[in-house]
Design a protein around this ligand. Structure first.
Ligand SMILES: Nc1nc2c(ncn2[C@@H]2O[C@H](COP(=O)(O)OP(=O)(O)O)[C@@H](O)[C@H]2O)c(=O)[nH]1
Ligand SMILES: [Mg+2]
Length: 335
């Protein structure tokens, strides 16, 4: 076991931000140290409230995340301030790319506050998939005592929808004038929204964007949620549509309050348990598949796959039989 990981890891990571940063790198690289850390820390996780913030590039996600972090740090004045972890995932940018720097600059309001920890990640370099890595980085922050974790993703493809499903509350951000209202439904993004935010409410066209979102919400209500809405005993979450001007900090407090209301809804209905169980099941299934695949590849004789491809190419072998043979060569036997 590496010197980074000890049985005291939970206490160490709690007050050692540098250790957290190093463990995140280990997890991103899927090293043995990273895996050991995740195993040791697992009993200390499950406490963080994870909020996903997603939407097209340029709508103002980073600006909103910045403002939300500040809002959570200010709190409502009653309770102790939560520690806020931020994970900014931008699959389109390499690790040294401009977007990362841009995020750093934009999030500079937050620097100096030791209750906030920011980590940028890019798709390239995420071994074993961005969704897995993001979930594990969130878990490290959770174990390190961050009560609120904000995950910013570009809402484009399936991977980003998966990352968003990591969140307890998903905020989908739109903005006027981008013409991406239709895009949002296409990507299935609207279905995952617990809260809709129209950012850049200072720009013309905000009413149009709002109206388009409301209309789409009604459509999806009629199809998807009609049955649960019908029974009066089942609590139903009505997706709010909120306005923000995130570069000026307007509206972030309401977004936070709505997020907390959604958290309360999850806790008081059976949704929380249901979602957690689904997520854990998903994770185990994915890990089993990944582990089997790795085992298969590791134990396969060097040229076996090439030979099989050649045999299939010349029609001397058949696909299903080949798969059986290849699995057998790695020690799997399904007969
Ligand atoms: N006019 C206006 N500009 C905004 C607002 N929020 C963010 N911006 C600007 O929009 C640009 C993109 O913002 P950013 O937060 O990086 O968007 P992201 O790509 O979704 O993370 C930046 O230049 C921001 O300053 C807003 O509410 N109104
Ligand atoms: Mg951003």
């Amino acid at each position: 076991m590496s010197s980074l990981v000890s049985s005291r890891l939970h206490e160490d990571i709690w007050d050692n931000r540098l250790l957290l940063a190093r463990l995140i790198t280990e997890v991103e690289n899927d090293t043995a140290t990273g895996r050991d850390a995740l195993e040791i820390l697992y009993p200390h996780t499950g406490n963080a409230y994870i909020i996903g913030i997603t939407g097209a590039p340029g709508v103002g996600k980073s600006s909103l995340v910045n403002q939300l972090a500040l809002a959570f740090r200010k709190g409502t004045g009653k309770e102790t301030k939560p520690h806020v972890g931020i994970i900014a995932v931008d699959p389109s940018s390499p690790f040294t790319g401009g977007a990362i720097l841009g995020d750093r600059v934009r999030m500079r309001d937050l620097s100096g506050d030791t209750g906030i920890f920011i980590r940028s990640m890019a798709a390239r370099g995420a071994i074993g998939g961005l969704a897995r890595t993001t979930a594990q980085v969130a878990r490290l922050m959770d174990a390190a005592g961050f009560e609120v974790i904000l995950v910013e993703t570009v809402g484009a493809g399936q991977a980003e929808v998966e990352i968003a499903s990591l969140a307890h509350t998903t905020i989908v951000v739109d903005a006027p004038g981008l013409g991406d209202d239709i895009q949002a439904i296409k990507a299935g993004i609207l279905e995952i929204a617990d809260i809709l935010v129209v950012n850049k409410a200072d720009l013309p066209g905000v009413e149009n964007t709002e109206r388009a979102l409301q209309a789409m919400l009604q459509l999806s209500n009629h199809s998807g949620r009609a049955s649960s809405a019908g029974s009066s005993s089942t609590p139903v979450w009505e997706v709010p549509v909120l306005r923000t001007v995130s570069n000026k900090g307007e509206g972030a407090f309401e977004v936070m309050e709505n997020a907390l209301a959604h958290l309360h809804f999850l806790r008081t209905s059976n949704e929380w348990e249901k979602r957690q169980h689904l997520r854990i099941r998903d994770e185990v299934e994915n890990l089993v598949m990944q582990t089997m695949q790795q085992h298969w590849m590791k134990n396969l004789p060097p040229s076996a796959l090439d030979k099989s491809v050649e045999a299939l190419y010349s029609r001397k072998a058949t696909p299903y039989q080949t798969v059986k043979d290849l699995l057998k060569l790695s020690g799997f036997n399904f007969d």
